[in-house]
Write a protein that binds this ligand. Structure first.
Ligand code: GUN
Length: 298
């Protein structure tokens, strides 16, 4: 069997066009632009590229964006003050702090300071709680991208065995919650899976991944999942982005797994482009929510 390749880039482009339309309608109706501010501390090369890509994507969707590039020596206190100002600024609808932060900064304290209604990454305890209860304000961008990909490629997960490999707060845990819900993220029915989560301490990983009808992999280890660990005919979604010998590779050994899976995402060009598309979606959503909040309280 040779797997169907799931084209995340194409789906991301469709979502970006949908967002651009919503942005145009918002501007027309309220004579203002949705605005995203990204905070980047230090000079991590990968983070610089990610933030630049977010800036370009905002511009293409008609969203105003600003990047605050701060010295590596920035302290937790400096950052908390900056966030207070952004929280209070009515022209700013979305705030994101690019991770990882330098190790001397208390990342938890920083993320906790972002006003939840502007938390377009959906990392705050309030937004994680709302999402877990199935009444999300925003959905975290990468897991939401995975759910959109499954939905738009007509891959149902209802009643299926979904195995998530990885338990990070950003990807693994929210994916588990989303797949478990009674209804899917956009109110569709694509959820209701039987979900197992594996991690670095899981014994005999392959015996569990082989049960999966849909295997979602986010462990950050290059080519970790091989063909022997995948059930023939499974759908495999690779959420990893690793640099190996100057090439980008996923967490899944694409060449061998694509011979047993029925569908697979490539790296690059799979889940990656969807993360940015969902950030744009959260930003217009934040602007719409804040606008209706202002109107209700006026
Ligand atoms: N670093 C890696 N992924 C992400 C993400 O989704 N959001 C932020 N803010 N930083 C990241």
């Amino acid at each position: 069997m040779t797997a169907r390749i799931l084209d995340g880039k194409m789906i991301a482009n469709t979502i970006r066009q949908e967002v651009a339309l919503k942005v145009a309608q918002f501007k027309e109706k309220f004579s203002k632009s949705p605005k995203l501010v990204a905070v980047l501390v230090g000079d991590d090369p990968a983070s610089q590229v990610y933030v630049r890509n977010k800036e370009i994507a905002c511009s293409k969707a008609g969203i105003e964006s600003q990047v605050l590039r701060l010295e590596c020596s920035t302290t937790t206190e400096n950052l908390l003050e900056i966030l207070e100002d952004l929280n209070a600024d009515d022209t700013v609808h979305g705030i994101l702090v690019q991770l990882p932060l330098p190790t001397h900064i208390d990342s938890r304290a920083v993320l906790d300071r972002i006003e939840p209604s502007k938390d377009v990454d959906a990392f705050s305890p309030e937004n994680v709680g709302l999402m877990s209860q199935g009444r999300p304000r925003f959905l975290p961008c990468t897991p939401h991208g995975v759910m959109q990909l499954l939905d738009r490629c007509s891959i149902p997960i209802c009643g299926k065995e979904v195995v998530v490999v990885g338990r990070s707060d950003i990807v693994g845990k929210p994916l588990v919650m989303m797949c478990l819900q009674k209804t899917g993220p956009a109110g569709h029915d694509n959820a209701n899976a039987t979900v197992t989560c594996c991690h670095s301490q899981t014994t005999d990983l392959g015996s569990i991944t082989r049960r999966a009808d849909v295997l979602l992999v986010a462990i950050g280890k290059p080519n970790w999942i091989n063909a022997q660990m995948v059930k023939p005919g499974a759908v495999v979604i690779d959420i990893g982005i690793n640099r190996l010998n100057d090439r980008l590779v996923g967490d899944v050994d694409f060449d061998s797994v694509s011979q047993v899976a029925c569908a697979i995402t490539p790296v690059p060009g799979g889940v990656g482009p969807l993360t940015i598309a969902m950030l744009l979606e959260n930003t217009i959503r934040a602007a719409q929510q804040q606008q209706s909040q202002t109107q209700t309280s006026a």
